[in-house]
Design a protein around this ligand. Sequence first.
Ligand SMILES: [Zn+2]
Length: 298
Amino acid sequence: MLSATPQRLIFAGFTSVFAAGVWFAGPAGTVEQAQEVQVHAVAGTVSWLEGSGGNVGVCAGPDGVLVIDDQMKPIEPKLVAAIESISKAPWRFVLNTHFHGDHTGNNATFGLRAPIVAQANVRTRLLDDKGKNGAMAASGLPVVTFEDGLELHLNGEDIRVKHYPHAHTDGDSVVFFAKANVVHMGDLFFAERFPFVDLDGGGSVRGLIAAVDEILKTLPDDVKIIAGHGPQSTKVELAAYRDMLVDSVKLVGDAQRAGKTLAQMKQDKVLSKYSSLAWQFISEDTFLETIARELGVK
Ligand SMILES: [Zn+2]
């Protein structure tokens, strides 16, 4: 039996880092560890904010403000100031793309400003997460939950929120802005780096591929993509990420069929063609371990 320990250790690493309130350096040029928040206008009413944790989406207009994800606790004053630099209008909803602490770290206070909306499994996992990130305050729990999706009608946009089961976690949502032609992918997309796939949180590499495949079919060619982590991207870049995922699973599967153990695969560096996507949290070996564990490699 392949031990689940490596993935658990990785996840523990994520959560302990979150709990410590620090973030990690991404590849050169990103500001994930930044103590400042950068605001990027995307199109129409939609902006994204880069700071400490997952990328935040903002839809601001005459109806008020929708905030998508809320990063980590220490950045709160700067994140609020950055959102208010876009619009001082009242907040209407806060949406969590999934339960991870680098996307829900300010739920407790943001939930006092506007109702938190999320897929039902996000609420369940935040309630169950006492041993990992610490208990979420009642004000930080989603109060509007859904199973498969919902639409928000704000600021002239019909904002479609769709759930993809068993991808990065089991509670992921992707947010589509049809008029602005923008999509916020949550952590279904780590731009320019290997993804973290939370197998212990209901995620699946093959489920992630299925989700990205489905999303790619629906996106216009000129869509602007907000990644969960990493820079704003294009559909071509998302398609390349999908191809990398498919090829990585094939490479590990081929090695498995050739009778290789995980240790041998590491020695053979079966994912070395993608070594440039390694970053502080997800090394080539870490991503290999995740795929191998999912495929049942010995
Ligand atoms: Zn995540």
